[in-house]
Write a protein that binds this ligand. Structure first.
Ligand SMILES: NC(=O)c1ccc[n+]([C@@H]2O[C@H](COP(=O)([O-])OP(=O)(O)OC[C@H]3O[C@@H](n4cnc5c(N)ncnc54)[C@H](O)[C@@H]3O)[C@@H](O)[C@H]2O)c1
Length: 439
């Protein structure tokens, strides 16, 4: 079913949105204070250079599906949903400049005063978490109307890239709607009915943060590939071949693997091999700040866990897991060993259970590592999971093992579970209090 849409801001995002939404069958009015941009749209021309958009706008103009105005009230009165696509630049000190957003919201709020019926405002501009709430308050105060009843604000971040914007608009990775108001979500469902992508409805704050997370990750990928490229170049190795093969691994490299928030990495390979790559870069006088920052970030995650355990104020701590990951007895560079070592130094009473670690049967480098870090480890480690759990005020889940489920379900009040492994939830820890490392 067609929707009457207004788009505030006729720059890259607004102009492409205007053309593409009209292309999918809606009637769209653009709004911009710049008269020249309004004139362009009313002449069936694009306000920007972007592949394919000129033809789309010419055709939609001819069909009478698009128009533009500088008059906000007119656009609000003729439409049921407004997309805010104004700029959100950085201030000189790096904060987000919400000036244009707040200005356009004030205008929309004033126009809503006299509009009968409901209206949806979709925040398409990239804005930080909390902006949706700010916009709701401002609209309520400018319009005298009630959020959820007379109007609704949803967050709908834009993921298109310039130069491929039209294609990205029609085939986004997903359509993301941050909304707590069902009738508003339903309007957006109608707007995007012909876009072939999963339609995801989440809390507004999740939608708002998503764009920043995605773009930061893209920036990380680019700089990582560049640093690898620079190292290859110094070593006279074909960087394009290296990254091409890197991308062929869709099991670990280009995949969901290692992308769950949680505890620090460790083990016998990651720390050692990262160090070696960094060192060879250094030997060739190459600065690689992305590669150099990884270890520090990992150390900070251990420090964060240590601080949180101290903050919780429970002195008897049981660790479920000692090896660097579930299903192995490898203790080398296991990050929890550092945490335990620090807590022992601060006088905490520690118990450890690990299904796979039996100190008496450890050998070689593995045995040497743990005895050097915690010489009396055998007096803290127990084979009795139940005993460890019963004798601990704070239970730290380090590795997720199937055996934990039943024991955790029987926990009593007064106990706290601190989950580093995404292994439990407040519903699965009996009467205990539940805390995740970053959730
Ligand atoms: N450019 C991109 O590739 C891209 C992609 C995704 C998301 N975004 C985000 O989308 C937002 C818009 O980006 P853009 O590149 O289209 O910006 P832009 O600067 O090209 O366009 C912004 C437009 O808003 C207009 N405007 C300012 N105040 C207004 C008001 N009160 N009423 C109506 N219009 C008003 C300006 O005149 C301008 O035409 C930003 O938050 C940006 O971060 C941009």
């Amino acid at each position: 079913m067609n929707v009457n849409i207004s788009i505030f801001g006729l720059g890259y995002v607004g102009c492409v949105g205007l053309g593409c939404l009209a292309q999918t069958g809606h009637r769209v009015i653009g709004v911009d204070p710049q008269k020249s941009k309004v004139d362009f749209i009313n002449a069936g021309r694009a306000t920007i250079i972007e592949t394919g958009i000129d033809q789309i706008l010419a055709k939609q103009h001819e069909a009478g599906n698009i128009s533009a105005t500088t008059d906000c009230a007119e656009a609000i009165s003729r439409t049921e949903v407004s997309f805010i696509c104004v700029g959100t630049p950085s201030t000189p000190n790096g904060h987000l400049d919400l000036g244009a957003i707040l200005h356009v919201v004030e205008e929309i709020g004033t126009a809503l005063k006299n509009k009968p019926g409901r209206h949806v405002i979709a925040l398409r501009s990239t804005v930080l978490p909390g902006t949706n709430e700010k916009v709701v308050k401002l609209l309520e105060s400018c319009s005298g109307k009630i959020h959820g009843q007379d109007f609704a604000v949803v967050s709908n971040p834009e993921f298109l890239r310039e130069a491929t914007a039209v294609e990205d608009f029609h085939k986004p990775p997903f359509t993301l709607i941050g909304s707590r108001i069902e009738w508003a979500t339903d309007v957006l469902k109608r707007v995007y009915a012909s876009v072939q992508a999963p339609f995801l409805v989440v809390e507004p704050e999740v939608a708002e943060l998503m764009k920043y997370v995605c773009n930061s990750y893209h920036a990380l990928k680019i700089t990582f590939a560049n640093e690898v490229g620079n190292i290859c170049e110094r070593l006279n190795i074909d960087s394009r071949k290296v990254m091409e093969i890197f991308c062929l691994d869709t099991k670990l490299n280009i995949s969901k693997a290692y992308l769950k928030p949680g505890f620090a990495y460790g083990g016998s390979c990651l720390p050692k091999d990262l160090k070696a790559l960094r060192t060879i870069a250094h030997d060739h006088y190459l600065e690689c700040p992305v590669l150099e920052g990884i270890e520090r970030s990992n150390e900070l995650q251990k420090e964060l866990v240590c601080r949180e355990i101290q903050r919780l104020g429970k002195r008897k701590v049981g660790f479920l897991g000692l090896s660097f990951k579930a299903g192995t007895d490898d203790l080398r560079e296991s990050p929890i060993v550092d945490v335990i070592e620090r807590l022992l130094g601060k006088g905490f009473s520690v118990l450890v259970y690990d299904e796979h670690v039996h100190i008496s049967s450890l050998t070689g480098a593995n045995r040497e590592f743990i005895l050097q870090k915690i010489p009396y480890i055998s007096s803290f480690i127990s084979d009795d999971l139940k005993k460890v759990v019963e004798n601990s005020e704070l239970i730290v889940i380090v590795n997720n093992e199937p055996r934990l489920k039943a024991v955790l379900a029987a926990l009593g009040p007064g106990q706290v579970v601190y989950d580093l492994a995404n292994a439990a939830s407040s519903q699965t820890v009996g009467k205990a209090q539940y805390l995740g490392v970053s959730w």
